[in-house]
Design a protein around this ligand. Sequence first.
Ligand code: PMP
Length: 454
Amino acid sequence: LTTGRSVEEISKIRQNNVNPILNPLYKKPLLIHQGHMQWLFDNDGKRYLDMFGGICTVSVGHCHPTITEVVSEQFKSLVHISNLYHQPKLFEYSKKLAEKMPGDLKVVYLLNSGSEANDLAILLARLYTGNNEILSLKNCYHGMSYQTMGLTSISHYKYPVVPPVAMHNVMNPDIFRGIWGGSHCRDSPVQTSRQCSCSSSECQACDKYIDVLKNEFRSTISRGKLAGFFAESIQGIGGTVQFPKNYIKKAYEIVKDNNGLFISDEVQTGFGRTGDHFWGFEGHGIIPDIVTMAKGIGNGFPMSAVVTTKEISQALTKASHFNTFGGNAVASAVGLAVLEIIEKEKLQQNSKEVGTYLLTELGKMKQRIPNIGDVRGKGLMIGVELIESDGNFTSLSHDKYESFFEKCKDMGLLIGTGGFNKNVVRIKPPMCITKEDADFTLEVIEKALLATIH
Ligand code: PMP
């Protein structure tokens, strides 16, 4: 373990030379020197269980030995050429990634970040449909480039500049915090759950949110003039928000009725994380027109992709689409290795098993602790919404949440925070975690929460 610079030295550099928005998350900044699989080590050599995985990014494990080997071998033979020549890795990787996609989703564009992928999806949708209007959901996060800031609907990530044109955010179908949920869900009485567990396709809450979406085409966008509709399969930064069953399916039909393309942002939900499926959208029973992906695609290596159909890809041949680093030999080698590791180590299956166990046990904890308002998610994409025990679902106060968060870190557990009121614990670890890691997580969360509220 390297000890390197001290927290104090780093803090000084931060004050003078670093993007000032990069504030430390904890009261005493956590200085991480090393990672190994689901573990991180700070400069004092203390070990943490990383249940946030670099915000859903470290998919197969920190410094996974296979990836380390693949990168070092690739560096020895070829790092970069311009895309004016061919290098085999880009082709091998594109083929392998396309094999993971259903339907006609077979054309792959390799890029460098999630924002860049969503930017390209906006362009593709506009070029293909000849329309300009783009829709996304409130409380979504799709990136921070100028255009994707228009898609993103969380003001914390929006700057007060002239917004990009023809972008609209429609009411979020949030069963827990939204205006419809609980008793509006056919099979889900408000006393026991505010989540949608409707077994039939007739969910009143879903239909009401769908009506709002339909009304967009009477109030804001002319009928038939949609370019694209963006949705995460489960909202990530928004606080692991799951939509009512069938919302995405019904939204897809409305998008088609209005000549638009459906774009699934799988930046957080892709690559087996949701357990049942390799892609989150498969859980909604649709095949999108465009899929964007990043984060877990490279296990921490900066890369992203857009996948679409041959027909839609033709729209981009009207000019020359060029990207210097996209599909670079090292990035493609990493992407290939990630896909192989997910298969070989059965990480999608592990996400399902350990994730279901965590969700079940957190659900039991909710019965014991009134400050747990909601437990939701799928596989290893989990949210735990903390509330006051006032019977009104008031979000846990910021001070209490912070205190809980610090306690978890002190006990060796790293988790994430999200949600409209920043009161949702986000759990999205490397997919290699074990049941023992899940037990440790449960123990620390319960201890920290009880110590906070008593
Ligand atoms: N989409 C989603 C769902 C994301 O969570 C993120 C990043 N948090 C992005 C897009 C943007 O990715 P990047 O930060 O790589 O631009």
